[in-house]
Design a protein around this ligand. Structure first.
Ligand code: ADP
Length: 568
């Protein structure tokens, strides 16, 4: 067609040159054919255009979908090349690292791995290069704010579609919480195992510590029974029995105290307390014992009496000081023991810093913190320990901390030890000193014709109390239960004093007291208990008792208490 029209155009030119007229109808026909052909082309082109647009749309959609899947996957994801360079990272991972794509891409992955885990990662990466299967490793990774978190990496080697080079696709899971839990569990397990070991050692030691004084008590009681003994021998044996009993009581008290501390039942009784008086009392109490060992005991009170009053639990302070001084005596054979306190200021707060200094055997440096641990020094292999349950310092430390202070030791083997502890200095100076100590002079100035009811279920305890109060009594009534005590009071309205045991069958001493108080408000009731709880006195008073005495009952103490109520 095109050739024809070309030919026609040449012919037309010729004819025009020769001055002939041209037949245009033929051209019109050609033109029409061309227009038709053009429109077919156009339709074809439009169709092709539409197809192209459609596939472009589809490609875009699939790209968006890929990006969405990658970026917003529920797992952090990054891709590194064989040189460890981060090639891509998804949004979830950026959130995890608290960073952005820009900052992380092109960075070396080792730059965000904790230095302690570089080797672990290196080995892992080499294994990924070698083997084409899923592999995991746990490492610590760094966030943009320089904090670290534990991560589990699950990775695989693949070939990049774009570069045909190998690439490593790593999924990252934050396992910090899991790791912390694992760590806590491990620590708890180790602690439990250590505790278990120490408890066994403690029990073995305790068994030894209880059996030893028992041996003394039962053995010498047996010897006493045999007779043919001189007065001196008898007195010696009785002294041994008494000493063994005291030792046993100390152990029992320690066990009760540590159990109470462990169970969180140890309470504080905060009152104003004169520190100088406590120091002087302890000095007077221990002086004979120290001098018997041919050593010197001295004390130093820094504050004047008026300013030496603080709000604290004086019983606990007394126990702390007593324990430290006792240990100083126990572990020193020659030289001197000095104790006291001074006022110090730390971080703007005043506190009293106490010290107990001895010239004894000292404590090796590696044992200086262990001695404060409960059960630790009960280790039977402890060659430094002398007689004792090994609980004293653990109890002492707990008391100091309960009172808001700290305790530590400075010691050198063969030279001596100085124990320090602090207490908050928290009281205003007062003008009057408070001294409400009960006089326990031992001088008996009491009405001697009392009618006494002893309510006690234990025969030996009953006998002991009976012997102690006999000289002040005209008549002694004895009962074994709370119910019997109430009945005895109804039948004997002239009873002056009831020594009421707290734990008895049928009805306890507190209940019996409450019932007696319903009809008799005058009779003096003194509760006696072996529980050793610090709130026992309050409980006794609340039940209606006048006073309270702790077992084992000391004759002197009981008589002093009776003197308080029946003074002539
Ligand atoms: P214990 O009642 O058995 O003496 P403590 O808890 O009071 O137990 O003391 C623990 C350990 O600390 C003792 O076994 C002893 O080894 C050591 N220790 C305590 N005080 C002194 C001291 N003043 N000098 C030397 N060692 C001491």
């Amino acid at each position: 067609m095109e050739d024809n029209s070309k030919l026609r155009r040449e012919q037309a030119k010729d004819e025009l040159r020769k001055g002939k007229k041209i037949d245009t109808s033929l051209y019109e026909k050609d033109l029409k054919g061309l227009v038709e052909e053009l429109s077919i082309y156009q339709i074809e082109l439009e169709h092709q255009n539409q197809e192209l647009y459609k596939s472009h749309e589809e490609i875009q959609q699939s790209k968006d979908r890929y990006l969405d899947l990658f970026d917003n996957a529920p797992i952090s994801y990054l891709i590194v090349d064989s040189n460890g360079i981060i090639k891509d990272i998804n949004q979830t991972a950026c959130l995890l690292f608290e960073s952005s794509k820009n900052k992380l891409v092109k960075k070396k992955i080792t730059n965000i791995i904790h230095r302690d885990f570089q080797d672990v990662y290196y080995i892992y990466f080499r294994s990924l290069i070698k083997q084409k299967y899923n592999q995991t490793c746990d490492i610590k990774l760094q966030k943009a704010n320089n904090t670290f978190f534990y991560a589990r990496i699950q990775g695989i080697r693949q070939t990049s579609l774009a570069t045909k080079e190998p690439e490593f696709r790593l999924a990252i899971i934050d396992i910090t919480i899991q790791k912390e839990m694992e760590l806590n569990l491990l620590i708890a397990k180790e602690k439990a195992q250590e505790h278990d070991k120490l408890k066994s050692a403690f029990l073995a030691n305790m068994s030894h510590e209880i059996r030893t004084p028992m041996n003394g008590i039962l053995g010498f009681a047996e010897l006493l029974k045999e007779g043919h003994l001189t007065d001196k021998q008898q007195l010696d044996y009785i002294n041994i029995i008494e000493k063994s009993g005291t030792r046993m009581l100390n152990i029992i008290n320690d066990i009760v105290d540590i159990s109470k501390i462990e169970a969180g039942l140890m309470k504080l009784d905060i009152k104003e307390s004169n520190i100088n008086e406590q120091i002087e009392y302890i000095y007077t109490f221990f002086k004979p014992e120290v001098e018997a060992k041919e050593m010197k005991l001295s004390f130093k009170n820094t504050l004047p009496a008026k300013e030496a009053i603080i709000k604290t639990d004086s019983e606990k302070v007394y126990a702390i000081l007593t324990n430290l001084v006792k240990n100083a005596i126990k572990y020193t054979e020659k030289g001197s023991i000095e104790f006291g306190y001074e006022i110090v200021e730390t971080q703007g707060r005043a506190s009293l810093q106490f010290y107990v200094k001895d010239t004894g055997i000292g404590i090796p440096a590696d044992r200086q913190s262990a001695i404060f641990e409960r059960f630790v020094q009960a280790d039977v292999s402890d060659r430094m320990a002398r007689q004792g349950a090994g609980l004293g310092l653990a109890i002492t430390k707990s008391y100091v901390e309960m009172l808001g202070g700290k305790i530590w030791v400075e010691s050198q083997e063969g030279v001596g030890s100085t124990f320090h502890f602090t207490l908050p200095y928290n009281a205003e100076p007062v003008t009057e000193t408070i001294n409400q100590q009960l006089a326990t002079s031992g001088k008996i100035d009491t009405i001697r014709n009392l009618k006494i009811l002893i309510a006690e279920d234990d025969e030996i305890s009953e006998k002991l109390v009976e012997i102690a109060v006999k000289i002040l009594s005209r008549e002694i009534v004895k009962v074994r239960t709370g119910v019997e005590a109430v009945l005895a009071c109804i039948e004997n309205p002239d009873i002056d004093l009831i020594l009421m045991d707290i734990r008895m069958p049928e009805m306890g001493g507190f209940d019996a007291t409450r019932q007696i108080r319903e009809f008799n408000k005058e009779v003096v009731i003194i509760a006696q208990t072996a529980y050793g709880q610090s709130d026992e006195r309050e409980k006794a008073i609340a039940a209606g008792c006048n006073d309270y005495i702790a077992k084992p009952i000391k004759k002197e103490e009981l008589l002093a208490l009776m003197q308080k109520y029946f003074k002539k």
